[in-house]
Write a protein that binds this ligand. Structure first.
Ligand code: ATP
Ligand code: MG
Ligand code: FE
Length: 350
């Protein structure tokens, strides 16, 4: 069973064909990061226009590379991200997916972008048994910082989220401050490798509630880097960009890791994965993979599948279509994160 996936929630236009929910037959990603670089962030109007230009060539290439004829496709369905994201960007992918599904007489399903990131672990090593449910998932990108439990495809139980900036956003802001461009993550990751994190000990945030073992906060760390280096700097070390990057990265990733360790301890679930652009960070991956020493099964998608991509959308779409889920052609787009159930609290719809 082949499913076409389409992703356009932010600044990547992507299409993929996935077989049986696990095997990637083709994956095309057209990133706009060059276009947004001079604005130090994604400009929504520019993003939607770029999606309009890219969507047809990207989908055509994905079908072609998978050996699928666009008209007599042999596809079993079309899946598309319809939430959360930039409304104008989402609308391009959703409109295209609906039109194609209608024209090709295929079933159509709209999927949640965060749930799709959580599903990406299932695309790793398709010839081996999949990562068993439930698993802990860390979703870290420019727009989101979430720790959750996934108990089945498409479902997330949120343990914690950021109360202010997202982790990737902090990377981007620190990079802008250091004058090293956008997106900041890969540059800081690289600079940090050549720096010494002992040069500066940034404090971890004190979250208001004492029982808060899962929420994140990055605005204080960003402020400390930009305005309070004098306060925290160890003067035995030179103030190089490398040392600043290393100290920032250590604090940023420590925060993620303590939440992951809390989740592993509290839930007794010994399986973990990660998704989102920050999940391609070398230091975070090292720290997560080291959990294997404590008997934790760690499955990290390769960087291409951590970033926004349509393969995760097609994979999750396959599971939903197989379970009989269909979306109507009146399906809309939603900018905000879905109201998944928060652990220990009633479901928002109740
Ligand atoms: P969304 O939050 O809706 O998924 P997004 O476009 O912000 O949207 P991604 O494309 O998944 O999400 O991730 C981009 C973010 O990931 C940027 O903030 C970027 O700086 C960060 N990032 C990318 N590579 C790395 C890295 N190696 N280390 C740290 N951060 C990284
Ligand atoms: Mg992006
Ligand atoms: Fe994403």
């Amino acid at each position: 069973m082949l499913v076409l996936g389409i992703e356009s929630s932010c600044d990547e236009t992507s299409a993929a064909v996935v077989r049986d929910g696990r095997t990637i037959e083709s994956l095309v990603v057209a990133s706009q990061s060059d276009i947004h670089a001079r604005h130090h962030g994604v400009v929504p109007e520019i993003a939607s226009r770029a999606h309009v230009e890219q969507i047809l060539p990207v989908v055509s290439r994905a079908l072609h590379e998978a050996g699928v004829d666009p008209v007599h496709s042999g596809l079993s369905g079309v899946a598309v991200t319809n939430r959360p994201g930039l409304s104008g960007s989402l609308a391009v992918g959703v409109s295209f997916a609906k039109a194609y599904a209608l024209g090709a007489e295929l079933p159509f399903v709209a999927v949640d972008h965060m749930a799709a990131h959580a599903y990406a672990a299932q695309l790793v090593n398709p010839e081996e048994p999949p990562l068993a449910y439930p698993y802990i998932v860390l979703l870290v990108s420019g727009g989101h910082t979430i720790i959750a439990v996934s108990r089945s495809p498409g479902e997330l139980e949120i343990l914690g989220t950021t109360i202010d900036d997202a982790c990737g956003e902090a990377y981007d802001k620190v990079s802008a401050y250091l004058g090293t461009g956008y997106p900041g993550g890969p540059v800081i990751d690289d600079l940090a490798r050549r720096g010494d994190s002992r040069a500066c000990r940034f404090p971890q945030p004190k979250l208001n509630r004492n029982d808060n073992r899962y929420d994140f906060s990055y605005s204080g760390l960003k402020t400390a880097v930009v305005h309070q280096l004098d306060r925290f700097w160890n003067d035995e070390y030179p103030r190089t960009r490398e040392n600043i990057a290393a100290a920032f990265q250590k604090a940023a990733i420590d925060m993620l890791m303590t939440r992951v360790e809390n989740a592993l301890e509290d839930t007794s679930i010994a399986r973990v994965t990660a998704g989102g652009g920050v999940a391609s960070n070398g230091y975070l991956r090292e720290r997560l993979l080291a959990l294997a020493d404590q008997g934790v099964e760690v499955v990290l998608p390769p960087p291409l599948l951590c970033m926004d991509n349509a393969a995760m959308v097609a994979g999750l779409g396959h599971q939903m279509l197989s379970a009989g889920v269909r979306s109507g052609l009146d399906a809309g787009v939603t900018a905000r994160v879905a109201s998944f159930r928060r652990r220990g609290r009633p479901h928002p719809s109740q």
